[in-house]
Design a protein around this ligand. Structure first.
Ligand code: PBG
Length: 326
């Protein structure tokens, strides 16, 4: 045998020389669920170790993440039902605790990178990402609402806006409004290929944001479609997105690879709530080793082509890395 690939695996040192992909902690983003009030740390049943945090506890959590090298955070608001309505007006209200939280975090940790969520669902009495009329999601009536939300978040000091709504034309619409108001430095991480996935369940538990009727299939993508992701990517690229996201991550590694090969923008992948919950549930039963499976999962997402990886396990991975275990 002239070729014996095992020769390049014979020691730790040689395996080190030949490693093709290594995940650095600086690629990771930790999601945080924010809630109004003080001293709140509400457990989320389907998301082990993840909590709804009031700002005081969120600041502590951010500090703990930054100590292990995670400097980027994606923030989601858990809004009480009484503040939700058809047009999501609370999303840009001066009283919105989420906007205040952005300001406070940036004040205390100016070196952190904060990513927002731009979509109506946390604020909508219909539980949809867009404006609902007679049971339909109306694309063009949603855009001005998303733009108001985006401007309010930009004013609060967000580094990167994260439109997760999948409405057509929203990146261009938001970019134009931002630039008109002078927010030329506010970035956009577009949820480019966001699939209508059953793996968002625990997230909707965390925010109590499930649709009140129907599903999200008229705006989120069909899991069977791959070439369609290139249409979405082309649009986001020409509309001025700074990052393109694929979501979920592990079941959609082919889409991550496709976008990486076809577009020069940084690619983000969202290892979503259901993907994290599966690891935790199996670990709880003693069926999988959480730490090893998490490290392998995040590495695989990176290997497929994701530069930015959003995961509920980001802090855990960084902690393992610090201990030399990942
Ligand atoms: C909604 C939004 C969702 C997630 C991020 N933004 C859920 C949905 O589309 O219903 C899911 C994230 C996760 O499951 O971790 N705009």
């Amino acid at each position: 045998m002239l070729q014996r690939p095992r020769r390049n695996r014979k020691s730790e040192a040689i395996r080190g020389l030949t490693i093709e992909t290594k995940l650095h902690v600086n690629h990771l983003v930790q999601p945080l669920f924010l809630v109004d009030g003080q001293k709140k740390k509400n457990a989320i049943k389907s998301l082990t170790n993840i909590h709804q945090l009031s700002i005081d506890n969120a600041l502590k959590e951010i500090e703990a993440c930054m100590q292990v090298g995670v400097n980027s955070f994606i923030l989601f608001p858990a809004v009480e039902d009484a503040l939700k309505n058809k047009t999501a007006t609370y999303s840009y209200s001066a009283k919105n605790f989420y906007l205040k939280a952005i300001k406070e975090i940036k004040k205390k940790f100016p070196e952190s990178c904060l990513i927002s969520d731009v979509a109506m669902d946390p604020y909508s009495s219909d539980g949809h990402d867009g404006y609902v009329e007679n049971g339909k999601i109306i694309n063009d009536k949603t855009l001005p609402i998303l733009a108001k939300m985006s401007l309010a978040q930009a004013e609060a000091g967000i580094d990167i806006l994260g439109p997760s709504d999948m409405m057509d034309g929203r990146v261009a619409y938001i970019r134009e409004q931002l630039d008109l108001k002078g927010f030329t430095d506010t970035s956009i991480m577009s949820y480019t290929a966001k699939y209508a996935s059953a793996f968002y369940g625990p997230f909707r538990d965390a925010l109590d944001s499930a649709p009140k009727s129907g599903d999200k299939k008229t705006y989120q993508m069909n899991p069977g479609n791959k070439r369609e992701a290139l249409i979405e990517a082309e649009l986001d690229y020409t509309e001025g997105a700074d990052f393109m996201m694929v979501k979920p991550a592990t079941l959609y590694l082919d889409i991550i690879q496709d976008l990486k090969q076809n577009f020069p923008l940084p690619i983000a992948a969202y290892h979503v709530s259901g993907e994290y919950a599966m690891l935790q549930a199996a670990a709880k039963n003693g069926w999988l080793d959480y730490e090893k499976c998490l490290a392998e999962t995040l590495l695989s997402i990176h290997r497929a082509g994701a530069d930015v990886i959003i995961s509920y396990g980001a802090k855990d991975y960084a902690t393992l890395h610090k201990k030399g275990k990942a």
